[in-house]
Design a protein around this ligand. Structure first.
Ligand code: AMP
Ligand code: GLY
Length: 420
């Protein structure tokens, strides 16, 4: 059978790599893909991005099933378009994807269904938003409504910063909204499940590193590295997340008439006293969380996707490597503000049993692999624990270089530094 993966990042490389290993799969197309997917055994890039073109390709080929990586095509209705033509596709409909594409939708949904989240208010006009900030004080969180690729959130430590963020986000354009949210202190974790509308199959937990620099300093990014599992999610917290967040979310979406199928990502904040809050939902897998999670998957991913599309996730189990996995993102010069392109990448190693270099922003020029976007590579490794996986990742990185490369040297520090 032939499969299609939509997207071009490290997440899509990791998904396509695992799908291509299924004994049932002849070829995995990645649209549009990157230099890494082009080089992967059993994987081929397809220079298409428009939904109409993807649909025609999937019908003609024919493609057995499609997996959607990023949120943009989901929010644009790719799943609705494929399903209308009776094509098998794994992802939420446009209506269900609002859990990510509108923070206001997600917030109202959580309040309506008693899913724990930070206190909030939504504004379309600057003046009442400023008044709200004055009443609540700092620290406070200002979020642009809508997809913002991780750049629409300001954690304001002073009221002045909050006021400035409001003025920037509400520039008098029609339809603009900001969500203003209570600041919650705690440790973040990524909790991702596969959902089939009714049932959920939890993937291993993970933790991202959103800031550019070591010690969680510097600007926010799309994510500079991740590891799995995240020890902050103890077995007890895991059970509570399923009971208090994931299952009520699926039940709530069904009750609201928009059943959710696809990857569902709950970004959690876990307070020291064990209180759980949902910071955000994403309607897709995380990037870079996918890379370490896929590194640990031992089961056939096609069987899991099939069960999800058919609504049988309660009848299937997934097997995971008991080792820890860790991925370090190597980013381009100038990332995140103004990433430089076209730097030649040297020393890309062959993958081994315990290491794989997933590509994100890469392309091939004159037979050479060059940088093409902000996050360039994610060097992902396995080890008996997070510390061992970390050591292995930096060993692999030592061989790789490109001009202006930036990467953190402390990915995994929270797990390694834990006392328990
Ligand atoms: P979001 O895109 O909503 O996940 O926000 C991006 C990042 O901002 C999160 O990963 C957190 O690190 C931080 N953040 C968002 N909301 C809050 C909040 N209410 N309290 C504290 N930190 C937050
Ligand atoms: N790693 C965070 C995200 O994918 O949204």
């Amino acid at each position: 059978m032939k499969l299609l993966v939509i997207g071009s990042g490290g997440r899509e490389h990791a998904l396509a790599w695992r799908l291509a290993q299924s004994p049932r799969v002849q070829k995995v197309y990645v649209a549009p893909g990157n230099a890494g997917t082009a080089l992967e055994d059993g994987v081929e890039n397809l220079p298409l991005t428009a939904i109409e073109d993807l649909l025609t390709f999937a019908l003609d080929e024919p493609i057995y099933a499609t997996v959607v990586g990023p949120e943009v095509p989901l929010a644009a209705g790719v799943v609705d378009a494929f399903r209308e033509k009776n094509l098998r596709i794994f992802g939420p409909t446009q209506a269900a994807a609002q859990l990510e594409s509108s923070k206001d939708f997600a917030k109202r949904f959580m309040i309506r269904h008693n899913i724990p989240t930070a206190k909030f208010a939504t504004f379309t006009k600057a003046q009442p938003a400023h008044a709200y900030v004055d009443a609540e004080g700092a620290p406070i969180v200002i979020k642009a409504d809508g997809l913002a690729a991780g750049k629409g959130v300001v954690i304001a430590s002073s009221s002045e910063e909050a006021h400035a963020a409001i003025d920037r986000m509400l520039s008098n354009k029609e339809g603009e909204r900001v969500v203003i949210e209570e600041f919650i202190a705690g440790e973040e974790a990524s909790f991702i499940v596969m959902a089939d509308g009714v049932h959920a199959l939890p993937l291993p937990t993970s933790q991202d590193h959103k800031r550019l620099l070591d010690g969680d300093q510097g600007p926010n990014t799309g994510g500079m590295g991740a590891y799995s599992p995240a020890p902050v999610v103890t077995p007890e917290i895991h059970a509570r997340v399923m009971r208090e967040i994931i299952m009520p979310t699926l039940a709530g979406m069904t009750r609201d008439g928009i059943p959710y199928s696809g990857f569902l990502y709950a970004g959690l904040m876990i307070k020291p006293d064990g209180t759980l809050k949902v910071l955000e939902f994403n309607c897709r897998m995380g990037d870079p969380e996918t890379q370490p999670i896929m590194m640990r998957l031992k089961s056939d991913l096609v069987a899991l996707v099939d069960a999800a599309i058919d609504g049988h996730l309660d009848k299937i189990e997934a097997e995971w490597d008991r080792r820890a996995a860790l991925g370090v993102v190597m980013a381009a010069a100038g990332y995140p503000e103004d990433p430089r392109k076209n730097d030649a990448i040297r020393g890309l190693p062959k993958s081994t049993e315990d290491s794989h270099v997933f590509h994100a922003g890469t392309t091939t020029r004159d037979g050479k692999v060059v940088t093409q976007g902000g996050r360039v590579l994610c060097v992902t490794t396995l080890g008996d624990n997070v510390r061992a996986a970390q050591r292995r990742a930096y060993e692999v990185i030592d061989a790789i270089s490109f001009d202006g490369m930036q990467y953190r040297r402390d990915i995994g520090h929270r797990a390694i530094g834990r006392k328990t």
